[in-house]
Write a protein that binds this ligand. Structure first.
Ligand SMILES: Nc1nc2c(ncn2[C@@H]2O[C@H](COP(=O)(O)OP(=O)(O)O)[C@@H](O)[C@H]2O)c(=O)[nH]1
Ligand SMILES: Nc1ncnc2c1ncn2[C@@H]1O[C@H](COP(=O)(O)OP(=O)(O)O)[C@@H](O)[C@H]1O
Length: 223
């Protein structure tokens, strides 16, 4: 689908709620550019940049990276995409980050994946990731064609250092304390759309239908 105007969306949800999986489907269906804060941080870690090395210990301890670092990193990337439609995944995760984003860009819609914590814990400990692209697999849900290898590149998949049961518990705590208030922020701005369920394949048709409607009504308004 070719979009008629610039459309900016955020996808939110606890760790493991399927943000990356749904984002891949959204970008494929609607052609938005996907920006994942976690992928950007992991690429800094793989490249051994000074910032990546500094941030690795926060991430491995299940804590959020400081707001000023994260906002600077993401807003810099967004500045380079001034004429693109985008989908932000993993940012904002705190109210100060949401305010920093609002100061720079208006957000058309926020998709919130509301998946129970119990479902999430099992998923994350069986997540396999292709670090260079952020493509994710799961032993039960979407296994790679060849075990341990990325479908597109044949490169090795890894288990993330922060996908251990103890770190997942800390990440869920950080989500409750620091990220849930962002949902309230967007709810009061009137842009939050929540999708509840335990399976991505059940949630996805609702997200797809919502975005179709949203993009169509945006086009109508412009016409
Ligand atoms: N069993 C199961 N696993 C899923 C489902 N949706 C996504 N996953 C897997 O759960 C893990 C977390 O999903 P991901 O999209 O990375 O979530 P994110 O952390 O919110 O970006 C990955 O291993 C996915 O392949 C689902 O409906 N069922
Ligand atoms: N917006 C952000 N603010 C602060 N820290 C972040 C942000 N995005 C990612 N991180 C750090 O990177 C880690 C991994 O993020 P991400 O890949 O989005 O995890 P998940 O996909 O499991 O939700 C987070 O636990 C956190 O330490």
């Amino acid at each position: 689908m070719v979009l008629q105007r610039i459309f900016r969306a955020v996808i939110m949800g606890p760790p493991g709620s399927g943000k990356g999986t749904v984002s891949a489907r959204i970008t494929k269906t609607f052609g938005l550019s996907h920006i994942s804060s976690g992928d950007i941080l992991r690429s800094n870690i793989s490249n051994k940049s000074e910032l990546g090395l500094l941030m690795k210990c926060c991430i491995d301890q299940g804590q959020l990276v400081p707001d000023d670092v994260m906002s600077r990193l993401i807003l810099r990337d967004l500045r380079a995409m001034d004429h693109s439609s985008w989908l932000l995944d993993g940012f904002p995760r705190t109210v100060p980050q949401a305010e920093a984003l609002d100061d720079a860009h208006s957000v058309d819609t926020v998709i919130n994946l509301n998946v129970p914590f119990q479902t999430i814990k099992q998923r994350l400990t069986s997540r396999w990731t292709h670090l260079p692209t952020g493509r994710v697999y799961n032993v039960d849900f979407n296994p790679p064609k060849v075990p341990g290898l990325d479908d597109e590149t044949g490169e090795p998949l890894v288990q993330r250092d922060d996908d251990t049961p103890d770190t997942v518990t800390l990440r869920l705590k950080a989500y409750e304390n620091q990220t849930e208030p962002v949902l309230e922020y967007y709810r009061s701005n009137g842009v939050l759309e929540t999708f509840t369920g335990t399976e991505t394949n059940m949630i996805w048709p609702h997200v797809e239908a919502f975005l179709h409607k949203k993009l169509f009504s945006v086009k109508q308004k412009v016409a």
